[in-house]
Design a protein around this ligand. Structure first.
Ligand code: ADP
Length: 311
């Protein structure tokens, strides 16, 4: 049987008010089962694209298919396949947590009993079962985000799109949300994620698209995108604080003083770090620890998006 892409976007453009070209003929395919990152600096067109998928924004031209269903020809069916988690909390804040989910089930014609058990399953998965009778307005920000995810999952969509689900969420909670997303993905849900945390995209996603000013500037596997980097960057902690007048030359790389306790090392990929450390040892420079300097995806992002203004 032919496998239909979870999402196929074909030459989609959006011009706001006849002049702002928010999307310029974007073509993109996401395969079923994928965990896909959609990145771009502010104003790149991500929200516009997500808005088009959830029919909140009318595209100017192009075609969108969700599991083979054209959203213009059969939006109700496409919608069955699709769960979208927007950035803003747009549930009724006066409703109890469980009722937010039950109410959503009504939109999809899910019978009450099935809705009850689905809601329980999701609230447990999301760590919200204890809060089921709490008015949703009194949840913490992180809990509200999880509630938004639960609501989008009530009708068991095959494709889940999350627009910055971990924005402003503390690290511990972000990691617990990663777990939930990974769990959903391993159960077969295709996930598309927009995020400002590039580390998050690198950790979770197998494939990636980067858009900038309405255009696709990268679209490949995460692995092959990262392989484009030909240098590794490290931070080396010095055993003793020291200010170097001249830094030693190291093979296939370069040293830079960051502060009196830290050196930065840029070295060609796959070259031997032993050679570098031999030079340092010979110069009497003791290193106590070292780590990767920046998130590698971040470097690429900045180079691909002409400054990566926000991410
Ligand atoms: P992102 O989500 O990547 O930050 P957006 O899709 O919000 O980007 O915006 C893309 C471009 O479209 C920006 O230049 C933005 O100012 C413009 N834009 C977004 N929404 C509207 C709108 N409703 N009317 C006019 N211009 C808009």
């Amino acid at each position: 049987m032919e496998k239909k892409p979870a999402l196929h976007i074909d030459a989609v453009s959006k011009i706001y008010g006849g002049k702002v070209k928010a999307l310029k003929s974007i073509t993109l395919t996401v395969q079923p089962g994928d965990f896909f990152a959609l990145l771009g600096p502010n104003g790149a067109g991500k929200s516009t694209l997500i808005g088009i998928l959830s029919s909140l924004v009318n595209k100017t031209s192009g075609r969108v298919e969700v599991f083979g269903v054209d959203i213009d020809q059969n939006f109700p069916l496409a919608k069955q396949h699709l769960g979208v988690v927007p950035q803003e909390f747009n549930f009724n804040q006066f409703e109890k947590v469980k009722d937010v989910l039950i109410f959503q089930a009504g939109f999809y014609g899910i019978p009450r009993r099935a809705a009850e058990s689905r809601a329980q399953e999701l609230l447990e998965l999301l760590g919200l079962w204890e809060k089921r009778n709490t008015p949703s307005r009194s949840l913490s920000g992180g809990m509200k985000r999880r509630l938004m995810i639960g609501r989008a999952l009530m009708h068991k969509p095959r494709l889940l799109i999350l627009d910055e689900p971990t924005a402003g969420v503390d690290i511990e909670l972000r990691r617990s949300m990663w777990k939930v997303m990974q769990e959903l993905n391993s159960q077969g849900t295709t996930i598309i994620l927009t995020t400002h945390y590039l580390e998050e995209a690198e950790t979770l996603c197998r494939n990636i698209a980067i858009i900038d000013r309405g255009e696709l500037v990268a679209n490949s596997s995460m692995k092959s995108l990262l392989a484009r980097l030909d240098h590794e960057e490290y931070l080396l902690d010095l055993a003793k604080s020291h200010h170097f007048e001249v830094l030693p030359e190291v093979p296939h790389g370069q040293l830079l003083q960051m502060d009196e306790n830290t050196l930065a090392l840029s070295v060609r990929k796959a070259s031997s770090l032993n050679d570098v450390f031999s030079v340092l040892t010979a110069c009497g420079i003791q290193i106590t620890s070292f780590k990767n300097k920046t998130n590698r995806l971040e470097e690429l992002f900045v180079s691909l998006t002409q400054g990566g203004k926000t991410a």
